[in-house]
Ligand binder design. Structure first.
Ligand code: FAD
Ligand code: NAP
Ligand code: SF4
Length: 734
């Protein structure tokens, strides 16, 4: 592959590391897939990496493996501590090398982020996102841990890896020693900045000594901690120069601790938002530096390299979304790339709920050996009705397999509800998925019929072997007195620009769409498109003396007064994604959105929206003690087993609370309701959706083989992950 005639010459240029040369500047950053924990799943992990190696990625990094028991992420998580482990990894390294790739193993010591009672850190300070309090590591423990990193690297070499990445960022163990926030030690490993960074430097030295000179040692360096009590910029620079001197080959960029209250990778973070941080470090070292975070398309990556901001680009999730990313860029086919939209819904949200990581736009990710879209042996004529995510995924995959496909769409454009999602400020990336399918329709030969609302007769006359109904959903209209008042509009009417909202607005229904609509109503510009405004809203600064790179946040004021209302008494946004929900909630808070829970809708009239609400905040009964911990912590059942000896035997952590006397939740308090009128100009209805299934019975009556997918199948808890996943699986079977 050569970049000479290509639009992305810097990206495709080989990187000479002295003892080895990487074929280009694209690195697939480390992601925990869930397959790292069981050696029996290594063949699947190998297939996943090999597919990306064949796709042209220059260098890949595995998910994290612990260097010792205390550093393990959770009980049973992957470790590299023996020659037996090294032998088990051979299948991964062999397959990657056979596919022409290079791969590093990440060494991850979780420190106080470990979900088990044996965790250790610099000091005995609990992380706000973990119920377990770590032990402060003794001086002997520190020295042993440094040796364990070295042993781990030597074993990685034995396993056939091309190198290791030492995880020194995101608030994990090493980062905990580096920052005053978590390091209160007074011995040789704490106090002064020199002492705090000693462990990081000694670990790199130990790794280099153990693994030899011709082995890639990449250090992931926290360039901006984004937490109070984090490192200052001079501390970061001093660390980088010492890490280079200790023998690192490459410095990778880490951004923000997991407990940081600044989003770092969600879709509302502007593209390449942190490339300038890497650029500031680059002149201080002579080894290659890697830029990271929210870089997802070749033009963005190329620009960073062309501007001399970094030597290599790390993209993790974009390689889940499209394993052929590099080959497509190299072939000047960027318009064919299935772009990562940074939704986190099938990757990080899965990881944090202990499911295998996959991808919303590419359900094959992590399932390469079981979800196979091979050529069909018997070509069929198939009609797909509806060009939302479900229909698009089905139609294009069917055509790629060799079927003859007609895709009917009632609107004059494709995308369905997803085309509305891309209008939300901070969700502009969603348009990439619509662009991707537009191109795939052209390439695969799907016959697209826009502005065509088909009926059963047309389908019957079309001579189709099979029909796929992907007719999706329509907004639910709730039974509220005055729902047909002129001030009531649906979210679809608002987002399509068919109706306008006034200055004071009530949004009823606070699911994903209610929250998104509130974002729409309270923004004048998009956070994704305005880096300065985004940095101000989240309090990110390049002031070199600011610990953690934080300053006081200042959000742009909302142009409207907005109330977000729901009937449930649970906190608003509870059902949102694990890794994205908090960002939406914080954003609504920045914009002053007033949240009302436990509401009953009485009527809507000229005075506004009439509600009754509880006269005081409803205290929801909660399990206490061990059960409460188990309910909150993903995967804590096993961890708690070690503590209590009970939880591991009980399916579901909450069940523990119900079974142990004294841990039963208290009785709920009685609720008195009081009337409240929201004097608003507009009520936007976001109360869920209903399936569009009117074709089902007519097609069944005509004896046509019909499949129903996406929102047309089940509207409840529908999202694009389910729609695309169901469509792709169906296409693999037809
Ligand atoms: P739809 O998207 O509803 O598509 C159905 C299509 O069928 C429509 O285009 C319709 O015109 C067409 N059609 C219907 N009947 C006929 C007919 N008889 N003939 C021809 N065509 C017909 N999901 C996420 O996963 N993550 C998000 O962050 C997210 N954000 C969202 C934000 C907003 C504002 C909205 C509105 C939705 C969001 N969603 C999100 C939800 C997601 O868009 C839907 O889950 C998804 O679009 C459902 O896909 P579908 O193909 O089943 O149905
Ligand atoms: P939703 O999440 O089911 O929320 C609908 C809300 O309407 C509920 O919270 C419910 O709250 C309320 N409601 C339901 N029936 C009602 C009725 N009859 N009268 C009054 N209120 C009623 O659905 P959605 O917000 O429409 O979103 C659709 C799907 O899109 C979601 O499932 C989600 O997965 C996806 N989506 C995801 C994101 C994301 O960021 N990941 C964003 C947008 C959409 P109460 O009953 O408490 O009032
Ligand atoms: Fe990207 Fe979303 Fe896929 Fe994760 S699930 S890789 S964030 S598109």
């Amino acid at each position: 592959m050569t970049g000479e005639t290509n639009q992305y010459p810097h990206l495709l240029e080989p990187l000479d590391l002295g003892f080895t040369t990487l074929r280009n500047r694209v690195m697939m950053g480390s992601m925990h897939t869930g397959m790292e924990d069981k050696a029996s799943e290594f063949p699947e992990l190998a297939a996943y990496f090999a597919e990306r190696a064949r796709g042209g990625v220059g260098l890949m990094v595995t998910g994290g493996f612990g260097p010792n028991l205390r550093g393990a992420f959770y009980p049973g998580s992957g470790m590299m501590t023996s020659s037996r482990h090294a032998r088990q990894h051979r299948v991964i390294t062999d397959e990657v090398h056979d596919a022409g790739g290079a791969i590093l193993m990440q060494i991850l010591h979780a420190g106080r982020y470990a979900y088990h009672p044996l965790s250790v850190s610099a000091s005995r300070i609990k992380a706000p996102i973990n119920p377990f309090t770590p032990f402060a590591l003794s001086d002997r423990g520190v020295r042993q841990t440094i040796k364990d990193f070295g042993r781990c690297a030597a074993l990685a070499r034995e396993a056939g890896y091309d190198g290791v990445e030492v995880m020194g960022s995101e608030g994990y163990f090493i980062n905990q020693f580096l920052a005053e926030r978590t390091n209160k030690r007074t011995d040789a490993w704490g106090g002064s900045p020199e002492n705090r960074r000693r462990i990081a430097v000694e670990i790199v030295r130990s790794v280099r000594e153990a693994a030899g000179p011709d082995f890639i040692v990449m250090y992931r360096l926290s360039m901006i901690d984004l937490v109070e009590g984090g490192q200052t910029w001079p501390e970061v620079v001093a660390l980088a120069t010492e890490i280079e001197a200790a023998g690192a080959t490459i410095i990778n960029t880490g951004i923000g601790w997991h407990e940081a209250r600044v989003p770092t990778i969600v879709t509302s973070v502007p593209r390449a938002a942190f490339a300038d941080v890497t650029a500031r470090l680059k002149p201080h070292v002579s080894i290659p530096v890697v830029a990271s975070n929210r870089i997802n398309m070749p033009q963005t990556a190329e620009q960073i390299l062309a501007d001399g901001k970094a030597d290599m680009i790390s993209m993790a999730r974009p390689m889940l979304a499209d394993p052929e990313w590099v080959n497509k860029a190299a072939g000047d086919r960027a318009d064919e790339i299935n772009t990562c939209i940074a939704c986190n819904q099938a990757c990080l949200d899965h990881t944090f709920t202990r499911q295998r990581a996959s991808c919303l736009v590419n359900p094959r990710a992590g399932h390469e050996t079981t979800l196979v879209l091979g050529p069909t042996r018997a070509t069929k004529k198939v009609a797909v009705v509806g060009a939302g995510p479900a229909g698009l995924a089905t139609a294009t995959a069917l055509a790629q397999r060799g079927h003859s496909v007609d895709l009917y769409e009632a609107e004059d454009h494709i995308g369905g509800q997803f085309a509305m999602a891309q209008r939300i400020p901070g969700k502009e990336e969603f348009s990439e998925t619509v662009r991707y399918f537009t191109r795939q329709i052209e390439l695969s030969g799907v016959r697209l019929h826009l502005s065509t609302r088909v009926d059963a007769d047309t389908l019957a006359d079309g001579g189709f072997d099979e029909v796929v109904l992907a007719t999706g959903v329509v907004p639910r209209i709730p039974q509220i007195e005055g729902i047909d008042h002129a001030k009531v509009i649906s979210y679809a009417e608002l987002l399509r620009g068919e109706k306008e909202a006034g200055q004071r607005v009530a949004v009823i229904g606070a699911g994903g769409i209610g929250v998104d609509v509130s974002e729409w109503l309270t923004h004048t510009s998009s956070p994704t498109l305005d880096l300065d405004a985004w940095e101000q809203e989240w309090g990110v600064t390049d002031d070199e003396s600011a610990p953690g790179g934080l300053t006081t946040p200042v959000a742009e004021p909302s142009p409207r007064e907005v109330y977000l209302v729901q009937r449930k008494t649970s906190p608003i946004g509870k059902g949102l994604g694990k890794t994205t929900g908090w960002v939406h909630k914080a954003s609504l808070q920045h914009k002053g959105v007033q949240q009302i829970t436990g509401a009953t809708y009485e009527r809507i009239d000229d005075d506004g929206l009439h509600l009754t609400v509880p006269d005081k905040p409803v205290r929801r009964p909660r399990p206490t003690g061990v059960g409460a911990v188990a309910a909150k912590v993903p995967g804590s059942r096993q961890a708690l087993g070690a503590v209590t000896g009970v939880a591991a035997k009980v399916p579901g952590g909450t069940a523990v609370a119900g079974k142990v006397p004294g841990l039963l939740p208290p009785e709920p308090e009685p609720i008195n309701r009081v009337p409240r009128i929201l004097d608003v100009d507009t009520v936007v209805v976001c109360t869920g959706q209903e399936s569009q299934r009117e074709l089902v019975d007519a097609l069944t009556a005509k004896g046509i083989r019909t499949h129903i997918i996406g929102g047309a199948d089940v509207a409840a808890e529908l999202d694009a992950k389910r729609a695309i996943g169901q469509g792709t699986r169906l296409a693999a079977e037809i």
